[in-house]
Ligand binder design. Structure first.
Ligand SMILES: [Zn+2]
Length: 241
């Protein structure tokens, strides 16, 4: 977000009625600037299909799991990244410190557009970010990435089973993940944590595919592929689910 836009939004929040028009004008200026990213950068991302992007992630994860990552010069292309970005894939990942998408897929700066929240579920801000990744930056793949031993899913199971009360804003995480736990319970899964983790990934894949107006349209036009995966903490491997 540009300075002008941030200023406009901050004013909008503090003096809503009087400055609404000015704030919206500033936001419009900012978004039009984003939409006019250098054509070459946009074309670069849009040249990578969802299939090809997924192939790159799978290959990168195989290198990571085998502890054979590519050698990288992080200073290379740094100057070019100042003015544009063209990530070929978007990731909706858990915030867990043990799951690092750029490392897990052996990718460098500028290659992945990553949204992270504990429990890797879609909320309004995350959805808006992923819409930006697709519509403005040209990413044609979104991967929802859950993982084994997820504390957010495990906490949700405990709340569902014991009706425990969590402090602060934690109940909002529980509410978002609860449908997956209920679905896994209904299946009668032997490993409830594993089943709920997979259900949570699948439910959020479906939510993104059907999110109107941007993602659903792009998916219908074959300009967006949405898939799910689970990262195994023990092996470092991502299994598509
Ligand atoms: Zn987690």
């Amino acid at each position: 977000m540009c300075d002008e836009c941030a200023v406009g939004l901050s004013r909008y929040g503090s003096r809503r009625g009087f400055l609404k028009a000015g704030g919206m004008l500033a936001l419009g200026t900012c978004l039009s600037g984003l939409a006019s990213l250098p054509a070459a950068a946009k074309a670069l991302a849009q040249g990578v299909s969802g299939e090809e992007a997924l192939k790159r992630l799978v290959q990168g994860n195989a290198r990571y799991a085998a502890n054979r990552p590519q050698q990288r010069d992080f200073s290379a292309s740094r100057a070019a990244r100042v003015t544009s970005q063209a990530p070929f894939a978007s990731i909706l990942s858990c915030a867990d410190s043990r799951v690092a998408p750029e490392l897990a897929f052996d990718r460098g700066p500028g290659e992945l557009f990553v949204v992270r929240v504990a429990g890797n579920f879609v909320n309004e801000d995350g959805l808006a970010s992923l819409e930006y990744g697709a519509e403005v930056l040209g990413s044609q793949l979104i991967l929802v990435l859950g993982h084994s031993n997820c504390g957010a899913v495990d906490a949700t199971i405990k709340v569902v089973e014991t009706k425990a009360q969590l402090p602060g804003h934690l109940p909002s995480l529980i509410d978002a993940i609860r449908p997956a736990v209920l679905a896994a319970q209904k299946e009668g899964a032997a490993d409830l944590l594993k089943a709920a983790t997979i259900a949570n990934v699948r439910q959020n894949v479906e939510r993104l595919k059907s999110a109107t107006p941007i993602l659903s349209q792009r998916a219908a036009d074959n300009r967006l592929k949405v898939v799910g995966g689970v990262y195994d903490l023990a092996s470092g491997k991502v299994e598509l689910v």
